[in-house]
Design a protein around this ligand. Structure first.
Ligand SMILES: Cc1ncc(COP(=O)(O)O)c(C=O)c1O
Ligand SMILES: [Zn+2]
Length: 412
């Protein structure tokens, strides 16, 4: 638990006093998302490698010294973070890199990396004495928020596009959220949620608006670094929709630099779907801003034509010497079983997208033999079985008859 020293606009650098609880920069509007900064010189004295090594906390709260929560009672009891980081040796050999690590964030309590943000978001709401939380989301942030609100006895109102996968909508309903299915896409859900939050005064969990949410997401990067004994990978791949997760990776690694816990930043590589690639396009054209487009991809979590945290996303890639890659829906689909069959990690389409991007980078010669690479699988495969089914063959159906089984097996 830490009191942030300042909130700073990622675009113009204007600083805000955290106690005034602003969401975004008043000069830059919604584009001006804020960084949460701390007194790193002070924190360096207590947050060192030895202290972390001795800390048995198996969750993101092991980094509480750099998390902006003020009261211990605000922390939800659900266990979030400290997800496994697997070494995928077969894939590393196949794609010609020294090491490949797979961070399985689908193992979080509601099945996605978004739980890191919700844990902090709900705690901040309670810090501020707020009892009703709301957000718009492509699906996972929503199901995550509703789970965390439920465990803390809070109310949640959630806006998702009408086409969000059934599993995610079902999670919301099971957790007891008030669920609003918005006829339209994520941009429509975002607009309606923003207006409603404004009107009804709920606490806003939108990750691209509320500065504290990326603080939760940054812990994914901190864990990767710590799990690798502070010897960070050369490159980290992650899928990109709104830009908060990739912005979180950057913030996590840069906080670790400020704390002197790591000595270099990995190159951060964002992966977008061909049909939804506004951040990729802005990066490649050298634009200062992102131009909003339509979005069309089966990877619902990254089907975002109007990314709200584009400034943090572009910074993550540009400042680390990273890159942006696009993959087709077909490449996303084929990545799902390949990743699952070689690592045991079953990702939802947006989760397997990071692997699809890694594979494409390896095949196009962008990666070096000496590279140590990590990919973040951001969401669990059971979130969207309809698309997962498109990526695999059919089961064998037989009667309880050994001869029939033998005949069918021979056909394979
Ligand atoms: C599974 C999964 N992967 C990736 C993303 C993309 O994250 P962001 O929108 O922060 O770029 C999301 C966001 O919903 C997600 O749920
Ligand atoms: Zn600003």
């Amino acid at each position: 638990m830490s009191v942030p020293s300042v909130l700073k606009c990622v675009i113009c650098g204007k600083e805000f006093d955290p106690s005034t609880a602003p969401y975004t920069c008043d000069a830059c509007g919604l584009d001006g998302t804020l960084d949460v900064l701390y007194d790193y010189a002070l924190l360096r004295k207590s947050m060192d490698r030895a202290a972390l090594k001795a800390d048995p906390t198996p969750s993101l709260w092991r980094y509480e010294a750099v998390l902006p929560v003020l009261r211990r009672e605000s922390i939800p009891s659900l266990q979030v973070g400290w997800t496994p980081l697997y070494s995928a040796e077969r894939l590393a050999a196949k794609y010609g890199v020294k090491e490949l690590f797979v961070k399985d964030d689908g193992r979080n309590p509601t099945g996605s990396l978004k739980d890191r943000a919700s844990a902090v978001g709900v705690a901040k709401a309670l810090d501020f004495g707020r009892n009703v939380v709301a957000c718009s989301s492509t699906g996972n942030a929503a199901s995550s928020l509703s789970g965390f609100a439920a465990v803390m006895g809070m109310q949640s109102t959630i806006f998702v596009p009408e086409q969000a996968p059934q599993a995610k909508v079902t999670q919301l309903l099971v957790y007891g959220a008030t669920v609003v299915l918005v006829k339209g896409d994520y941009a429509d859900a975002f607009r309606l949620a923003t207006a409603a939050i404004d009107k009804f005064g709920w606490y806003n969990r939108n990750c691209a608006i509320n500065p504290y949410l990326v603080e939760g997401k940054k812990t994914c990067a901190m864990e990767i670094a710590e799990q690798l004994g502070w010897d960070v990978p050369d490159k980290v791949f992650i899928s990109v929709g709104d830009g908060c997760c990739i912005g979180g990776l950057y913030k996590g690694f840069s906080d670790l630099m400020e704390l002197g816990l790591i000595d270099r930043m990995p190159a951060i590589i964002g992966v977008q779907a061909e049909g939804s690639k506004p951040i990729h396009d802005a990066f490649k054209s050298g634009a200062q801003r992102v131009t909003f487009t339509k979005a069309e991809t089966l990877a619902d979590s990254i089907s975002v034509g109007s990314p709200r945290n584009w400034a943090k996303a572009l910074r993550a890639v540009r400042k680390t010497g990273g890159d942006m890659i696009t993959v087709t829906d077909q490449e996303i689909l084929s990545a799902i079983p390949e990743l699952a069959r070689s690592t045991g990690v079953f990702g939802e389409p947006a989760g397997a997208t990071a692997f699809a991007g890694f594979r494409k980078a390896a095949q196009s010669g962008i990666l070096k033999e000496a590279d140590r690479v990590a990919i973040v699988v951001t969401g669990n495969g059971l979130k969207d079985i309809v698309n997962a089914q498109k990526s695999v063959g059919k089961a064998i159906t037989v009667g309880p008859d050994l001869e029939e089984l033998e005949r069918e097996l021979k056909k394979r």
